[in-house]
Design a protein around this ligand. Structure first.
Ligand code: ZN
Length: 271
């Protein structure tokens, strides 16, 4: 077979969900030059989403993997450790024979496994639900560079259909210094430089990349409310081969991101 043969029309889609925590849309647009280069070259499309409320991490992690609002899936506070959510993206993929891997903050483990995360037991524990490889971190200052290396290790080892990559850098910098600080901007700049290496590597392996965030960050070093700074997050679609806008309409609401990913991943499965 020629290496230049066109992809089979029903070739299976593979997807990386890149979820920088607490990354504001204006910060991503203003400081992430690699992402902007992809946009300017017509190799990415970018929309702004207004996150669901409350604009807090644990509720919105659950929203992104269930497609439901916090009031509907029931995770409405960060203080719900060990509580499981039902009917996630992972379950849907598993039912269709697709495999997932996750490099993420330990709250994702809790949402999937339904038990409180214990570092000495669960660092690489599998929560079931079609997850074949996992690496969970549990300190907010865990470097994005290490997290991306964890993710790439899992990807190379397991060749999953779906890879969740969840760096904490922007959220951590924002809580320390505020969403208008140079430290917060620097976290986005540094992440962008890491992505300039990671995204081409994922593209080369046939993965499409969807970047979005759970919530934004106020100058007062917190988030949770409905202010624009706390709500507006980027949604950047970076397919591994060039696509027209019409070919892949982007979700306009955060609750539609889950369905977008499922649809995309299952497309290649349909005859
Ligand atoms: Zn936060």
């Amino acid at each position: 077979m020629s290496a230049k043969a066109p992809a089979h029309p029903n070739a299976q889609h593979k997807l990386v969900l890149l979820l920088p925590d607490g990354l504001r849309d204006d910060t991503a647009r203003g400081y992430m030059g690699y992402l902007q280069a992809m946009l300017e070259a017509g190799r990415a499309s970018w929309s702004t989403l207004s996150c669901e409320l409350p604009s807090l991490s644990r509720p919105l992690y659950a929203t992104l993997i269930t497609g439901q609002r916090p009031l509907d899936h029931g995770i409405i506070s960060n203080a719900q450790p060990g509580q499981r959510v039902a009917a996630t993206l992972f379950d849907c993929l598993d039912e269709n024979g697709l495999r997932s891997a996750v490099a993420a903050y330990h709250w994702f483990y809790e949402l999937l496994a339904g038990e409180v995360f214990e570092p000495l037991r669960h660092r690489h524990a599998l929560p079931g639900r079609g997850v074949v490889g996992a690496s969970w971190y549990f300190e907010d200052e865990y470097p994005d560079s290490h997290l991306l290396a964890d993710a790439e290790h899992l990807r190379a080892l397991h060749q999953p259909d779906f890879l969740l990559v969840h760096p904490m850098g922007p959220d951590h910098a924002g809580h320390q210094h505020g969403g208008e600080s140079t430290a917060y901007a620097l976290s986005a700049r540094k992440l962008d430089m890491l992505l300039a290496h990671a995204v081409p590597a994922w593209h080369a392996q046939g993965y499409d990349v969807l970047l979005t965030s759970d919530h934004g960050m106020h100058a007062d070093r917190m988030h949770g409310g409905p202010l624009r700074e706390e709500r507006e997050v980027p949604l950047v679609w970076l397919p591994h081969r060039q696509e027209s806008q019409a070919e892949t309409p982007l979700p306009q609401r955060q609750i539609d991101v889950c369905g977008f990913m499922v649809e995309r991943l299952l497309q290649g499965r349909r005859s």
